[in-house]
Design a protein around this ligand. Structure first.
Ligand code: IPM
Ligand code: MN
Length: 353
């Protein structure tokens, strides 16, 4: 296969982990005889500094023409502490999602056997947890009409039937491929937008008779996720609830540095770690590259290249088992490895297995 990849490294630790993702992708393509080309483009604070726009037109065009985007992270504390800033790095991310039509954000939560002790939750609660959050990504309050003056402000949580149907379809299809249990998370006891979601989900559920569909209010789901994470298989929810629940879910694994995600829809799909730009660690060679590397696995799997995805997953598991780990997940007294060393170990594993 021929793959053209847009590489958006962004800010903070983005460039360091991006290098490792690209190296893994090259190694896998070489092994399986795929030809791959990479085109780098700027985004986030880096792009604001260089061209004054967090998602410039040129970057958009590079993404649009690519088969997939390998994205790292955006964000810079300079902007977080300035509520008057006219442009922010995060706007680049939102613009990318909207312009590429990425309405479905897929965030898998899995535990790694050798890391369950690292979770803030008791290991017998998290051991074996394995679920996917499907978050709607281009609607709701993020993009609805907004207003702000000194005395009043609002955001509009608008959803249309079309938006709800297409994300639910993605969710039902994921459930069919997994343990066939779909949980629709909403706040239908209070919100009109949620009542529409639930109505449409109830209309669609009979089309997927093999799927056991249930409904849960978001406050209850937040509780259930830490009380009994193994309950879940596929969760589907709106943009804002999904933002919050996926941060909660990411803790279950024991390190945010392990979890990848995919954003798919009508345009070029984007693969990225779920963690942010961790500016304090920039340039220190301490960030875990695994979330980025597993994003590459998701990229291959998106194109149905399952063996390619599998060798990456095997390599990552082998590195964890061999204790080739960045500091945040190293066992007491164990040697620690840097971003680069972990990445290089994984590349070597791929080349030799
Ligand atoms: C995420 C992030 C973004 C979001 C921010 C950076 C705009 O938190 O991808 O979850 O809220 O969607
Ligand atoms: Mn978030």
């Amino acid at each position: 296969m021929k793959l053209n990849i847009a590489v958006l490294a962004g800010d903070g630790i983005g460039p360091e982990i991006s290098v490792q993702g690209v190296a893994v992708m090259k190694a896998v393509c070489k092994k399986f005889n795929h030809s791959v080309t990479f085109k780098e483009a700027v985004c986030g604070a880096d792009a604001i500094e260089k061209v004054g726009d967090p998602f410039p037109q040129e970057t958009f065009e590079i993404c649009r023409e690519a088969d997939a985007v390998l994205f790292s992270a955006v964000g810079d504390p300079k902007f977080d502490n300035d509520p008057t800033a006219k442009v922010r790095p995060e706007q680049g991310l939102l613009a990318m999602r909207k312009k590429l039509g990425l309405f479905a954000n897929i965030r898998p939560v899995q535990t790694f056997k050798c890391l369950v002790h690292n979770s803030p939750l008791k290991s017998d609660i998290v051991d074996g947890a394995d679920f996917i959050c499907i978050r709607e990504l281009t609607g709701g309050m993020y993009f609805g009409e907004k207003y702000q003056d000194d005395n009043k402000a609002f955001d509009t949580n608008l959803y249309t039937r079309h938006e709800v149907e297409r994300i639910l379809k993605v969710a039902f299809e994921y459930a069919l491929k997994r343990r066939k249990h779909l949980t629709v998370v909403d706040k239908a006891n209070v919100l009109a937008s949620s009542r529409l979601w639930r109505k449409i989900a109830q209309e669609m559920a009979p089309l997927y008779p093999e799927v056991n569909t249930d409904y849960m209010y978001v406050d209850n789901a937040a509780m259930k996720m830490i009380q009994d994470p193994r309950f879940f298989d596929v969760i589907v929810t709106e943009n804002t609830f999904g933002d919050i629940l996926t941060d909660e879910g990411s803790c279950i694994s024991g390190s945010m540095g392990l979890l990848p995600s995919a954003s798919t829809g009508t345009g070029t799909p984007v693969f990225e770690p779920i963690h942010g730009s961790w500016p304090q660690a920039k340039g220190k060679n301490i960030a875990n590259p695994i979330a980025q590397i597993l994003s590459v696995a998701m990229l291959f799997e998106y194109f149905n290249l399952m063996d390619e995805g599998e060798i990456i997953r095997n390599a990552v598991n082998a590195s964890l088992d061999a204790n080739i780990r960045t500091p945040e997940i190293q066992v007491n007294g164990g040697a620690t490895y840097g971003t680069r060393e972990v990445g290089e170990w994984i590349v070597k594993y791929i080349k030799t297995h």
